[in-house]
Design a protein around this ligand. Structure first.
Ligand code: AKG
Ligand code: FE2
Length: 294
């Protein structure tokens, strides 16, 4: 199959389903390096300094930082997030423009829009952990676009790349999604509250895996699930012992601000290649005293 044929097939499937599974996307050495990082920081998984923390309660707690990586959680169910993991070591820098997904993300976000990373994290989730159902075609969030309305050109507002560090199978708390729901004009029944569509059913605290139409996506270590954030998704409850390990990088147009607005450390800024820096900091800070030459 030549490249154009393969690209056409991927385009068709991504448009139709809203997701692709990129098999064997991550090199073995890189996978080992990421798993080693998790092993080295296991104490934080067992005993996170603060488990519950949201954007609105963000406080500067020095105990919650490993260098420039912040320990975080969206709530009691989603596990421990190592946010800003791009500051965690060389392998996490390589993921920024990883060849397995960068050309695809660029094409679907559309080169006209440039590229940035909205959020990057490493998530570890133990038994009982899950994510509730969120997003879908009904949601009026600006970054949940998929196509340009008039011309049909790609204009995907956010693409999530979820990388499996171990195999993720039945009972492991796999990501779940409703194929094609990024285009649905109907509100998913679990995302309707008082007759109106909501973004996320966080109030119910029920694993998304039990919702209507959900499909579990199984991955082998090194596979990546590449999906539009507009799709109705979440994760099933982890019922097996042990922990699920995943890294998530969210790609968006360069115009979207990042989720938490972490600033690049000077060490990382100095180390990054110009291409990677342009993705992490697409619009350089500008002031009378601070002008970056590019
Ligand atoms: O943890 C999961 O399986 C799903 C993650 C998710 O909702 C996301 O990346 O947007
Ligand atoms: Fe999500």
């Amino acid at each position: 199959m030549n490249v154009t044929e393969e690209a056409k097939q991927l385009d068709y499937l991504f448009d139709l389903q809203g997701y692709l599974v990129l098999k064997g996307a991550i090199a073995k050495d890189d996978l080992a390096e990421m798993n080693q990082w998790v092993d080295d920081h296991w104490a934080y998984v067992e005993n996170p300094p603060i488990l519950e923390h949201t954007q609105s309660t963000l406080q500067l707690n020095p105990e919650r930082w490993i260098g420039n990586v912040e320990i975080h959680s969206y709530g009691p169910d989603d596990g421990v997030n190592f946010q800003n993991i791009v500051e965690g070591g060389p392998v996490f820098e390589r993921l920024i423009d990883y060849p397995a997904w960068l050309p695809l993300a660029t094409r679907y976000i559309n080169p006209v829009n440039g590229l940035s990373i909205h959020e990057n994290l490493l998530n570890v989730r133990g038994p009982g952990g899950f994510l509730y159902i969120h997003c879908g075609g009904h949601t009026p969030l600006c970054y949940l676009t998929f196509r340009q309305h008039n011309t049909g050109a790609w204009m995907v507002g956010q693409i999530n790349v979820l990388m499996a560090l171990h195999d993720i199978g039945p009972g492991d708390g796999p990501t779940v999604l409703v194929p094609g729901s990024h285009k649905s004009t109907q509100i998913h029944p679990r995302l309707e509250l008082d007759g109106k569509g909501i973004v996320a059913a966080s109030h119910e605290r029920i694993a998304a895996g039990t919702a209507l139409g959900m499909q579990e996506i199984y991955l082998e270590a090194g596979d990546a699930l590449f999906f539009t954030d507009a799709i109705t998704h979440g994760s099933a409850e982890r019922t097996n012992p042990g922990h699920r390990r995943a890294v998530i990088y969210r790609y968006s147009p360069r115009y979207l601000r990042t989720r938490f607005n972490y600033q690049l450390s000077s060490a990382l800024a100095a180390r990054l290649t110009p291409e990677r820096r342009a993705i992490l900091e697409p619009i350089p800070p500008r002031s009378k005293i601070l002008i970056r030459s590019v």
